[in-house]
Design a binder for this molecule. Sequence first.
Ligand SMILES: [Fe+2]
Ligand SMILES: [Fe+2]
Length: 378
Amino acid sequence: MATETRPEQGQAPVFTSFKEMMEYGKQNGYKMDWLQPRETFGSRLDSDEAAGGLLLQDIDHGPFAQVPDWSDNMTGRPRGALTRPNAPRVGNYSVRTKGDIWLKNAAQLYEEAVQRQWSSAVDVPWDEMEELPEDIERAECQLATFLTEVEFVAGDVPGKWISETTPDYYEPRMFLMSQIMDEARHMDVFRKRAFANGGGLMSQTTNVALSGGAIDSARDFTEMSARLHISGEGLVLSIFRMGERMSYNDAEKAIYRLAASDESRHVAFGVMHLQYLAQTDPERKEEIHSYLDEIEMGLVAGTGGQNPAARGTPSNAALAILLGGGSDAQSIHEGNQIALAVRQRQVKEYVQRVRVAGLGDRFENGRANAALAAYVSA
Ligand SMILES: [Fe+2]
Ligand SMILES: [Fe+2]
């Protein structure tokens, strides 16, 4: 039986059950149904410090873990929260189909991004830099200029897709926010490198495809992701991984190592998204293959403008000087040989990523660009 719940003057009511409280509300004209406990009430979550603490994926349970295939959420409602019928429309999200942006491990990638933030101000041993031969320093500055420019694009392009995505797909959304922070740091670290050793910014890239933004003109998230995460960032990642070979001090080594750890996460996002889409929406595979056709042209012919190792560009010349150790004919020749090895590595890593995404049939059925084979077999 309910006990006396009506308070005396100035005395707070004490309830022993939710039902009792609802009854009190009904009798006194208070709307209390919003206090109804949700399905997860009572299941406490333990954070496991050894496993990284309380992670975003750990709280994904009950109805809150149900990611709809289609989202009609236009009101900014957090996924799983109860709908308020008179909530105003605050978003006009175009990405409301799960396959358009989803991947299996976005929460994990986001948590990794948060955990591995670094600072270009204090995590790069700038004091280790010493004066370099003039041609080497100029090449460093040219490469740093190119990278400042591409990192700007890499932060700019995902930005617009965040506000286009329904809050029901918050994990990829939050990953993209972390990516933008990473890219801001990459832009700042290469800009700092250009100046740190007494240099400065050199020439803007001559390739209109970069600044004109084939990436930015994508009308579909997957199209953007293929061009940015698989192509552009994949190419840059292969170069950062060769960072040891083009570094002249510990500061440069640290820059490439730290940037590569971020880029590998961005590339993983793209690969896992393509994999999810190829598995759940096989009718879109042909469309993805058409993006890959375009990307492969960039790999073998240097179109697309995102590849610092593409032949005939200032950044490629800079790479050859850095890799060869000077600007005399012999050094540039040696540098170009190493740059060729860089391009081979780019192609091999690209092929591997496409295979992981579940689209490797193109390398067996004759669809892939024939010139790739020469790189792979090299
Ligand atoms: Fe980056
Ligand atoms: Fe990136």
